[in-house]
Design a protein around this ligand. Structure first.
Ligand SMILES: [Fe+2]
Length: 453
């Protein structure tokens, strides 16, 4: 009795160790090897192997994969083909294990009531308990091979009704037959190992799925970007005097968002909001948009519908970036509440919308319109200074000026502004002092530097 209790404690200990091994997903092959050693050690079994069966999701793939082997000939690498019929046999193993010896002796007969004599002894007490009813095709092909390697027992690993693998076991070192208790211990440990392998397999599938999803996501994003550009082009074609306006507002918004330290996703979202901010103009009469004169109050209120119309166009679309419809809706709001459509004030206006507002105004000031030529850079700076705090958010103006300054003083090589403003519009020697002065007024950090210089 005492010895049985000790054996039981020993087995439980082994199961606990095994649980830890299986839970540790660090090195999968090492986990399987250690699990095999624990299993063999627990019952003093001389040899064994753990093999992974192909998943039934891939019917063309039939061959098994050897994961761990111990105690058989050095050059023995058990590798089998598992046919559908074999899978059935393993999944329906009467007591969770299949006794090779019994099968080898009568491979073609119905073995249910036969009692194995093993190698002249009662190695397995009741063959009927451990052999399948049907003719085991697998054993026809491999029994001799397995027997030559001293394998006596095959334990299928079945997880969630799926054949995950097989554990091949030799006899006990003592030469004793496996008892019913031994089989229980073996089955428990094999279940643990099976779960580990199943989990590893699932993780592999999930990883593959993640890669595939990422690829699909990238494709979708590319399609989305192309659609946005096509939309922006459609808006700009309607407004013949402001060719390229939407694209430039998108680019200025991107520059400001980047300068403000937003993440790549948000930067792209704000760029897209810039591209699409005037999408509502698609529903405004072309004559009003293209009027070669200052429009009257009625026309103006018609034109001022465009932010809300834009919001309505963009809202039903599922955008990969947050708040794009809101940024379009509020790009004519002002800090002082005198903007439209809702007359929001400072903190009520999303930062993204404030960015688009400045980008939009800057492009409007620096491009020719039918009723006015573009302003000089000095005039633009004066306008910014005048309207910061009432129309524009100082934080956004500072970021914008800093980005511009970096290009003018050569800190950033890419000529992002020059490309949009034309070659001769900006002039470093004249414009850097202007920007420095404005930054000094708006940003205390810059003020110190300017005062020192
Ligand atoms: Fe607008």
């Amino acid at each position: 009795m005492e010895s049985n209790t000790q054996k039981l404690i020993h087995s439980f200990g082994a199961l606990a160790d095994l649980g830890q091994e299986v839970a540790d997903t660090g090195d999968f092959m090492e986990m399987v090897r250690t699990s095999l050693h624990l299993l063999l050690g627990t019952l003093a079994i001389r040899r064994g192997a753990i093999i992974e069966c192909p998943t039934h999701h891939l019917p063309e793939d039939k061959s098994t994969n050897l994961l761990a082997v111990w105690g058989v000939g050095d050059d023995y690498q058990p590798q089998f083909d598992v046919e559908d019929a074999d899978r059935e046999v393993f999944l329906n193993a009467p007591d969770g294990a299949l006794d090779i010896l019994g099968l080898v002796q009568s491979p073609t007969s119905n073995l249910q009531h036969e009692v194995s004599t093993g190698s002249g002894s009662d190695r397995v007490e009741e063959t009927s308990r451990t052999t399948p009813e049907s003719s085991p095709i697998f054993f026809h092909r491999y029994a001799t091979d397995l027997q030559q390697q001293g394998i006596e027992l095959i334990v299928p690993m079945v997880v969630r009704g799926e054949l995950t693998g097989l554990v091949l076991l030799g006899g006990k070192a003592s030469g004793d037959a496996f008892t019913a208790d031994d089989l229980e211990v073996i089955k428990s440990m094999v279940r643990h190992i099976g779960v580990g392998i199943h989990t590893h397999r699932l993780l592999g599938e999930v990883k593959q799925q993640v890669v595939e999803n990422r690829r699909l996501y990238e494709d979708l994003r590319a399609i989305y970007r192309d659609t946005v550009r096509a939309f922006a082009a459609a808006i700009d074609i309607k407004d013949k005097y402001t060719q390229g306006h939407s694209e430039r507002v998108g680019k200025y918004s991107e520059i400001i968002a980047r300068e403000l330290g937003f993440g790549e996703e948000e930067i792209e979202g704000m760029a897209i909001a810039g591209y699409l901010h005037d999408v509502g103009k698609l529903v405004v009469e072309r004559d009003i948009i293209n009027a070669p004169y200052r429009i009257d109050a009625k026309q103006s209120s018609e034109l001022n519908r465009h932010p809300v119309a834009g919001f309505e166009i963009l809202s039903p679309i599922h955008h990969p970036y947050a708040d794009i419809p809101l940024m379009a809706k509020y790009h004519h709001e002002r800090m002082d509440g005198r903007g439209y459509p809702d007359g929001l004030t400072d903190e009520q206006i999303p930062l993204g919308a404030k960015i688009v507002t400045l980008a939009d105004s800057f492009d409007a000031m620096t491009t020719n319109r039918p009723y006015k030529t573009r302003r000089t850079f000095d005039e633009v700076i004066i306008d910014l200074r005048l309207n910061t705090g009432s129309q524009f958010d100082p934080v956004v103006v500072v970021a914008f000026c800093r980005a511009l300054m970096k290009e003018l003083n050569g800190e950033i090589k890419e000529r992002r502004f020059a490309k949009m403003l034309g070659k001769n519009y900006l002039e470093a020697s004249k414009d850097i002092p202007l920007l420095t002065q404005l930054l000094a007024e708006l940003d205390p950090n810059t003020k110190t530097v300017a005062a020192g210089g």
